[in-house]
Write a protein that binds this ligand. Structure first.
Ligand code: ADP
Ligand code: 5GP
Length: 220
């Protein structure tokens, strides 16, 4: 996954990042992800496939690739997913090809996937994966946000609340944990994490050449 990042101020070759943001539904990961994508041309969203039906306003190919169970099974059999999992009674999977293309073209990839997906990507790509978990400030506030979003029925909201505690219990499978209290502050923190991770020495595969050239051009 070695590549050149157009946004890297030093233009060193470096390894691409698989940047995962998870949270209980309603904590704000889509809001943070949208802000991150809008602020960073070097980051691309991974669009998952799902067997769940679209919600009002969701666009096929943009929010998800909406597929039936048969089609999903076929993609699993053909190894087209980097990872996939059952979530809330539906199947969700990360298409492999667009992620590999983005990384080979020098973009990092953002994933809105659950803890099972984070675990699977980490098993495959280890050091190239950065995992961020977002907490709501409280369960009451989580419920308020789910209602305020206005996309789910009372029954669906009750289901999401019932699963929130279970999702939160996986917080220790993440590299960073943040509370989304003030959305702007949380966004700035997520952005800082991404930028710092890009600068990690272990990702800078172009550093050795640079250091050698420094040494050569030096003092002889
Ligand atoms: P998720 O993607 O985690 O399910 P969303 O990003 O859809 O959550 O956020 C759920 C709702 O909460 C949305 O209406 C969003 O505008 C709102 N929201 C997100 N972050 C905050 C915040 N820090 N304070 C108040 N409302 C927020
Ligand atoms: P929703 O149906 O609310 O869009 O998403 C439900 C949950 O599925 C969220 O926690 C989301 O992060 C997770 N999810 C979405 N796409 C994927 C995916 O491709 N793989 C995995 N493992 N989880 C996903």
């Amino acid at each position: 996954m070695a590549q050149i990042d157009p946004n890297d101020p030093h233009k060193f070759k470096r390894r691409g990042i698989l940047f995962i943001v998870s949270s209980p539904s309603g904590a704000g990961k889509s809001t943070i992800s949208r802000k991150l994508l809008a602020s960073d041309a070097g980051l691309e969203m991974s669009v998952s496939a799902t067997t769940r039906p679209p919600r009002p306003g969701e666009v096929d190919g943009q929010d998800y690739h909406f597929v039936d169970v048969e089609h999903f099974r076929q993609k699993v059999a053909e190894n087209e997913f980097l990872e996939w999992a059952h979530v809330f009674g539906n199947r969700y999977g990360t298409p492999r090809a667009p992620v590999e293309k983005a990384l080979s073209e020098g973009r990092d990839v953002l994933f809105d996937i659950d803890w099972q997906g984070a675990q699977q990507l980490y098993q495959q790509a280890g050091g190239d994966v950065v995992r961020v978990f977002i907490f709501p400030p409280s369960l009451d506030e989580l419920e308020r946000r789910l209602r305020a979003r206005g996309t789910d029925s009372e029954e669906v909201i009750a289901g999401r609340m019932a699963r929130a505690t279970a999702e939160i219990s996986h917080w220790d499978g993440y590299d960073y944990v943040l509370v989304n209290d003030d959305v702007e502050q949380c966004f700035q923190n997520v952005k800082a994490i991404l930028e710092a991770e890009r600068l990690k020495r272990s990702r800078q595969t172009g550093l050795i050449g640079f250091v050698r050239s420094l040494a050569k051009s030096g003092r002889d």
